[in-house]
Design a protein. Structure first.
Length: 326
């Protein structure tokens, strides 16, 4: 072998393993977490044997996590359907209340969630229709009007990644995380802009409004936070975040409400997410599978129930969520 060919061979031996590992697994410094998550609820307030239509969101598997159902305790067999807009999966069942007027529900998952870290990854191929959907308004997420005033007077660059950072900082600077004003938690961008407070749905709806108004596709994801401390315990309720896709790049996550609660992690939560969460559904104004009798669902994380063609109120659905690390 000539010296020239020898050099090329050595170079290939050095580079090929490194190139291959990009697609084989996440970088070594990316954390992951494996745990069981129990999603339990009881529909209450029904008459004995009264029928109810019930939809439960299903934790999905994808680039960010792997999740599978390992146990179920349900009053009927049910079937899994997928919505046409976002590809969310729902477990649907027709059930009748027991002698106490209740319908108990329980699903246990095993999940491995990885930290999202870096520059948004490579550009992924998605349908033009889906990307267009992530640019359009939702019922509570307009792409015009008063919320856009938050960027008035700011030096907004042309680069979409830089624009998203300006939006992220503007929301974090202007809002204060809180649940003390009526109307919080609906994911209403105008309400959040007017009241300068809210929870994760309000923060990230406002982010989607401003991103989409600047031509940046943005989407809503919702699931549950897993406590930082490993072990076992209760999960109080849902958590959501957003992702945006600058031109020519992949999806970047943001978690502005967590950054607002933890200012020391402000830079981290622009483009990164901890592994301490489990995602269930994507999108707003959902049409379920099979289709519900009521109108579009604002977002779905808790059981959605219809009785006699009407939406059953959430205050009549008892909920309990728990986790246990493996």
């Amino acid at each position: 072998m000539t010296p020239h060919r020898l050099c090329i061979a050595v170079l290939l031996l050095v580079l090929l393993p490194a190139v291959g590992c990009v697609h084989a697994e996440a970088p070594a410094d990316v954390r992951s977490r494996t745990f069981q998550f129990t999603y339990a609820a009881v529909v209450t307030g029904l008459k004995p044997d009264q029928p109810a239509r019930i939809w439960l969101p299903i934790a999905h598997s994808g680039d960010d996590q792997v999740a599978s159902i390992v146990a179920k305790e349900l009053p009927a067999e049910g079937k899994i359907g997928r919505d046409a807009d976002y590809g969310n999966e729902y477990l649907y069942l027709d059930a009748k209340a027991d002698a106490d007027g209740k319908v108990p529900l329980k699903i246990v998952y095993k999940a491995t969630r990885r930290e999202l870290k870096g520059d948004g990854g490579k550009e992924v191929k998605e349908s033009a229709d889906l990307l267009a959907r992530y640019l359009r308004a939702d019922a509570k997420v307009p792409i015009d009007g008063k919320p856009l005033d938050m960027l008035r007077g700011k030096d907004v660059p042309k680069d979409q990644l830089a624009v998203a950072r300006v939006i992220y900082d503007a929301i974090d600077d202007s809002l204060k995380y809180g649940k003390d004003k009526p109307g919080w938690g609906e994911g209403d961008s105008v309400w959040a802009c007017d009241n300068r407070t809210g929870n994760c749905t309000d923060f990230h709806s406002l982010f989607m409004t401003l991103a989409r108004s600047r031509g940046i596709p943005a989407k809503f994801e919702i699931g549950f936070p897993i406590p930082d401390k490993h072990g076992a315990g209760d999960v109080a309720g849902y958590h959501c975040w957003a992702k945006f896709r600058p031109e020519g790049k992949g999806w970047f996550p943001v978690d502005i409400s967590e950054a607002n609660k933890h200012p020391e992690m402000r830079d981290y939560y622009f483009g990164n997410l901890t592994e301490n969460r489990l995602a269930f559904t994507t999108g707003r104004d959902l049409t379920l599978a099979p289709k519900q009798d009521g109108g579009p669902v604002n977002f779905l994380i808790y059981p959605y129930v219809e009785v006699d063609g009407k939406v059953w109120p959430q205050d009549k659905i008892e909920k309990k969520f728990t986790y246990q690390d493996e």
